[in-house]
Design a protein around this ligand. Structure first.
Ligand SMILES: Cc1cc2nc3c(=O)[nH]c(=O)nc-3n(C[C@H](O)[C@H](O)[C@H](O)COP(=O)(O)OP(=O)(O)OC[C@H]3O[C@@H](n4cnc5c(N)ncnc54)[C@H](O)[C@@H]3O)c2cc1C
Length: 514
């Protein structure tokens, strides 16, 4: 029987953690388009933020999160995030996640824009892998049904209520329907929009496209975080060099060996990500280079190898001993702050449809995410989805609206006469060049016109790559159109034609299908 209480799409931290809680409340199906461990979660290095240190407090964590969010955080959601964090960490420890300890206490480190050491980590710099493996082992040994190589292609909506999902069996090519009372999208981000990105191949904005087509509101899409420091070696896919490396004393230097960050921000190397990413772009331009460097050669080698075993090993495997040599880095697309708009219970405006994790937008990150708040957000708001759904007899459309929103839909565009044929590489190049770290009206208009033309010309999808390309084009349109509308610079969104932030724009852009 294809009828479930909960269907969860995705098997990263959001999907698996939610499934483990949901199994106490009903029959659960998890569908995931690759194998269970294909996700962004397993690549997370730095850790999870929580104010559990003796001199720390939820108030300080709140303040840091709000400051990073640059005027656009949902304060109620941030309060929930920082206050519920310690209990959710206990929950994760109870599931068996082996956080690193010092003298029997959980070890805490510093990261950019945090005022306290409050980042919990596991296996040094392999936090995500430990979380993913622990949760997937728990799911495997439970009664939760998991369908791998199963790609969600459409949300079934009946009388305004999400009632299930259509999915493609990627092995056989057949389409099947699954029904449920509650549908939870946990499909992750959309880093594959950009040529240089730190994300796994699965990050193709599927949840955004599915939800948008089902009538859900999509918010804050112009805010895409670029991580300042991805390893930049010829022929090597960008690999994240965690912020924690700078947290432990790593210094950025340009190709001439000059330490430039103190010239750009009082926090120097630990300034917020958007400032560091833009400063690196300026330095690269100034010096005519495609990279800068992180220097940790002053750290005792055992600190580097024990604190960052994963990064150390990866670099060594590519011929670079980071205890002795500088690490070449450049910015790369990293995290989608916007997403499917949800209230503080993870509910969307479509009855029965919830969203969790990177695909959702609870409003805690505002215009710029504070490092290590992403996986915390997953834990806190996934738990709240379960609390809410336990009390619901019949799903109803939730009120998600906040003050300070402007509503839009995707309008017609002037279609260019000549455009490149749509392909993943053309789409990634377009976003990197025209919708990247520094944008302006001309570049965004060119991208918006091209994406609109691609959307019209794409054939109906039949397999995983073609569904993903369709989803990326739609997600890219939402990012680009929102970036075009926001005529200011704020957080991760920087317009060279509007370099200042404007009080008029202290509001959110929301897209709906009509
Ligand atoms: C390199 C890197 C380092 C990071 N470091 C940190 C960190 O230190 N701390 C932190 O807090 N955050 C970090 N982040 C961000 C954080 O890891 C992610 O935001 C978080 O793990 C996302 O979890 P998720 O479950 O929402 O998505 P994911 O883990 O990406 O999982 C998404 C799942 O959905 C599935 N899926 C997608 N579309 C479909 C579909 N159509 N049908 C079926 N299944 C589908 C995918 O296959 C996958 O299983 C990092 C991210 C990256 C990329």
């Amino acid at each position: 029987m294809n009828q479930y209480d909960y269907i969860i799409v995705g098997s990263g931290i959001a999907g698996l953690y939610t499934a483990l809680l949901a199994k106490e409340q009903g029959r659960v199906l998890v569908i995931t388009k690759g194998s269970i461990d294909d996700c962004n979660t397993k690549h997370a290095q730095g850790g999870i933020a929580a104010a559990i240190g003796k001199s720390d407090s939820p108030e300080l964590h709140f303040q840091d999160t709000i400051t990073a969010g640059d005027g656009l955080c949902n304060e109620e959601a941030v309060h929930i995030l920082v206050n519920e964090a310690p209990d959710r960490i206990t929950g994760l420890v109870n599931f068996g996640v082996p956080f690193d300890t010092v003298n029997g206490e959980i070890a805490l480190t510093m990261e950019a824009a945090h005022s306290m050491p409050r980042i919990l980590h596991a296996g040094g710099d392999a936090t995500g892998e430990h979380i993913e493996v622990t949760l997937s082992n728990q799911v495997r040994s439970s009664k939760i049904q998991v369908l791998e190589d199963c790609l969600a292609t459409e949300i079934l909506v009946e009388k305004g209520t999400a009632s299930g999902i259509k999915a493609l069996d990627c092995r056989t090519g057949s389409i099947e329907e699954f029904r449920c009372r509650f549908l939870i999208l946990a499909t992750g981000g959309a880093g594959q929009l950009f040529k240089f990105n730190t994300n796994s191949d699965i990050a193709t904005g599927d949840g955004i496209a599915l939800a948008f087509k089902a009538g859900a509101e999509i918010i804050d899409m112009e805010f895409f975080q670029f991580h300042p420091t991805a390893l930049h070696l010829p022929g090597v896919t960008p690999f994240l060099i965690s912020e924690a490396v700078r947290g432990e004393g790593g210094m950025l230097r340009n190709v001439e060996g000059y330490r430039f960050m103190p010239n750009y921000a009082p926090q120097g190397d630990l300034a917020p990500r958007d400032i560091v990413a833009r400063s690196i772009v300026y330095e690269m331009k100034k010096t005519g280079s495609d990279r800068v460097f992180i220097d940790i050669t002053h750290l005792p080698p055992y600190v580097t190898t024990t604190r960052f075993p994963h990064i150390y090993r990866f670099c060594l495997d590519h011929g670079l001993d980071i205890t002795k040599g500088l690490i070449p880095v450049a910015p790369a697309a990293h995290y989608m702050m916007g997403g499917i708009k949800v209230n503080s219970w993870g509910e969307t405006n479509v009855a029965g449809l919830f969203a969790a994790g990177e695909t959702a937008c609870t409003g805690v990150h505002g215009a710029n995410r504070l490092a290590s708040n992403a996986m915390l957000e997953v834990l806190v708001f996934s738990k709240r989805i379960m609390e809410k759904s336990r009390k619901i007899a019949k799903p109803k459309a939730a009120t998600t609206s906040q003050s300070l929103e402007v509503r839009h839909w995707l309008s017609q565009r002037q279609l260019p006469k000549t455009i490149p044929a749509p392909s993943l590489s053309a789409l990634q190049q377009l976003h990197w060049d025209k919708v990247g770290i520094i944008r302006n009206k001309a570049s965004l208009t060119e991208a918006a016109d091209t994406l609109a033309a691609w959307q019209q010309s794409l054939a109906l999808p039949t397999d995983r790559p073609s569904y993903e390309l369709n989803n990326l084009v739609l997600t890219g349109r939402l990012v680009t159109e929102a970036a075009l509308l926001r005529e200011e610079s704020r957080g991760a969104h920087f317009r060279s034609d509007f370099p200042q932030s404007s009080p008029e724009w202290q509001r959110h852009i929301v897209f709906t299908a009509k």
